[in-house]
Design a protein around this ligand. Sequence first.
Ligand code: 5GP
Length: 239
Amino acid sequence: MVIPMEVYEGKAKKVIPLDDDKVILEFKDDATAFDGKKKAQFKGKGWLNAQISALLFKVLEESGVKTHFIGVAGDNRLIVERLRMYPLEVVVRNVVAGSLKKRLPLEEGTELPEPIVELYYKDDGLGDPMINRYHAKVLGIGEDEVREMERIALKVNEVLRKYFAERGIILVDFKLEFGRNKRGEIVLGDEISPDTCRFWDAETRESLDKDVFRFDKGDLISAYERLYERLTGETPNRR
Ligand code: 5GP
């Protein structure tokens, strides 16, 4: 997807053009799961996801990962670099959960000996199928580009896994999206939030992410607020 010149509304975010180089990402309170079959709204989710994404992009930038993050622009909005997005989801996994249980004969919660990286083609009509480098090539995405996205994804994993472990949280798995900027560099885009990652409390193994909504495990906002508190040491001051 090319980030459009007009407002683009996705399931959980809006992309609002600012100028030739920048767009605003507006995080909505809407939540969807299972290809949009399950839907709800949670007051305050947009704010929490915007703030958590901003914080994690800053952590990554400080560790030398190039991201699209420029700044926070109000409650639930980020200013980001305009990118030409790849129609790919790059998933990294450290612990068995979610759809990996359908691929490997391993029990939920098993720690993987090394991270697994997976590629998915972003296409609602096809249900975001898992693809490999050969499929990517047919889609016009070269091997070097895939390799670079995988390299950055593993670096993101290294940085964030340690960051979360220091705060008593297991980074189980997460999804990233990438794009190219004006200079042709491959840059991390989209969001990194409890909507796009699995976070488990290291002691209790409770979910602090969207699985709370997917599998009716409790109150989504309290889970996201607990995550926010663990990361910032602060109680969220607005919803
Ligand atoms: P799984 O393949 O197990 O369903 O998802 C793996 C990880 O990637 C989870 O952390 C999940 O939240 C994230 N993920 C995968 N696909 C999507 C997607 O289409 N939207 C969002 N928000 N997250 C996704």
